[in-house]
Design a protein. Structure first.
Length: 183
């Protein structure tokens, strides 16, 4: 169930950020969005047997999770400059509870460097704690809420500015968790 419509405009770059509940999270997000999303994803997923055809089709930006991946950062900034929608899960891993993990500051950095707006989303449902195959084969009840665009302009510089901006993004997603069906 989509509780609030996706606010992504027909043209222009932007960053879609969402909490992470399942390895299939990109599917309902893409289904609810009017534009193709370029996903940033862990490089190790691209090597899973039988999935290479899928990853060639969606052309994700693969990220090395063992440290700072500057090639992935440059690719993300190029995608935003080219007017694409970049999809990210700022928790950095799948969370099995409904609590939000701390967010990584890279999303705020990308938004501030590119000037791209951030589009927050919150996803929840029965797909939690299921592996990819089980989440794909067993019917799931999913709710999805989108928030208004966030423009990071006055958060200040340095590490403290990044942390303030990241907290602002996290707070916007946390607020979406409170939206209930029929709201």
């Amino acid at each position: 169930t989509v509780l609030t419509p996706c606010p992504i405009p027909a043209i222009g770059g932007g960053i879609l950020v969402c909490n992470h509940t399942s390895s299939l999270d990109p599917v309902p997000l893409q289904a609810a969005c009017p534009r193709l999303i370029t996903w940033m994803m862990a490089k190790e997923y691209a090597g899973v047997f039988g999935t290479q055809w899928f990853f060639r089709a969606i052309e994700p930006i693969l990220v090395e999770r063992s440290g700072r991946d500057m090639a992935a950062t440059r690719a993300a900034l190029r995608a935003l400059k080219d007017g694409k929608i970049l999809g990210l899960f700022p928790e950095g891993r799948i969370e099995t509870s409904s609590e939000l993990l701390e967010f990584q500051t890279g999303i705020a950095l990308l938004a501030m460097k590119s000037g791209a707006p951030i589009y927050p989303a919150y996803l929840d449902g029965t797909q939690r704690c299921k592996g990819m195959v089980e989440a794909l084969l067993v019917p799931n009840q999913i709710t999805l809420a989108f928030g208004s665009a966030i423009h990071l302009t006055d958060e200040g510089g340095g590490r403290e500015g990044l942390e303030r901006a990241t907290a602002r993004i996290r707070d916007s997603i946390k607020a979406l968790a409170a939206i209930k069906p029929g709201f």
